[in-house]
Design a protein around this ligand. Structure first.
Ligand code: PEP
Length: 256
């Protein structure tokens, strides 16, 4: 983390878990414990149907509500899709874009991710854009090539003043939900590479200002070591964010 130049962010990703009616109890547990957080921004990305309940549960706290996906279109005949404007109107401030589960199960390409990144910014949401290599790509030794291509395409035609506000999450696919975690040194190496790509696309000031998260089985036991790396500015936490107690322990590791 480097708080002098950029924000620390801890974001939870509930994926397709918990009901809208579960949110109140979770909010109460989190609210009690996370009251004294000063040094990092907190986000919980909930299923779209739970956004109104989450906004209510986290009112008057530092916890912002995020969505997990959005349509690349602003409005129109796209049955089942949800637009940035609709998410914002429901109270979301953030949105995850290009999560590996969207890429794997819903065919999202780097180009789709770029379109969704534009849509989220145009709609006034702060995107958390996910990049990461698969196990096979890692085994082939092409992790950095994959990440470079993902970042470059995601940021295509994103103007500099907007790029600096985008949060990037490095999430090695092989580490998501598996209990496997990149070592702090491995995660740092890729996050530093991501910053270098941003520098090459924009400039050093923007690269220094961009918040880069690590995600992939981050939990209370490994969070402090990962967050101690200079280019890791926070975490995107799946499984461990479903338990308010565990999530708070990760938050506490970032709030030192
Ligand atoms: C995620 O869903 O973004 C994630 C990192 O999941 P987990 O923490 O469960 O690996």
């Amino acid at each position: 983390m480097n708080r002098k130049y950029r924000k620390t962010v801890i974001a939870g990703n509930w994926k397709m878990n918990l009901l809208p009616s579960d949110v109140k109890a979770y909010g109460e547990a989190l609210r009690q414990r996370a009251g004294k957080v000063k040094f990092c921004d907190l986000v919980v990305c909930v299923p779209a149907v739970s956004i109104p309940a989450a906004v209510k549960a986290f009112r008057d706290t530092r916890i912002a509500v995020g969505a997990q996906d959005l349509s690349e279109h602003a409005s129109g005949a796209y049955t089942g899709e949800v637009s940035a404007a609709q998410l914002k109107d429901a109270g979301a401030k953030y949105v995850i874009v290009g999560h590996s589960e969207r890429r794997t199960y819903h065919g999202e390409t780097n180009e789709t991710v770029n379109a969704k990144l534009h849509a989220s910014i145009d709609g006034g949401l702060t995107p958390i854009v996910c990049v990461g290599e698969t196990q096979a790509q890692r085994d082939m030794g092409i992790s950095k090539d994959i990440i470079r291509a993902q970042v470059k395409t995601a940021f295509y035609k994103i103007p500099a003043d907007r790029a600096r506000k985008i949060i990037i999450a490095y999430e090695p696919v092989w580490a998501i939900g598996t209990g496997l975690t990149a070592t702090p040194a491995e995660a740092q190496e890729i996050c530093s590479e991501i910053r270098a790509v941003i520098r090459s696309l924009y400039d050093a000031r923007i690269a220094r200002a961009v918040t880069i998260l690590y995600g992939g089985s981050m939990n209370p036991a490994n969070a402090a070591e990962l967050l101690a790396q200079p280019d890791i500015d926070g975490g995107l936490i799946g499984g461990a964010s479903l338990d308010a107690g565990k999530f708070v322990q990760v938050i506490n590791a970032a709030n030192q």
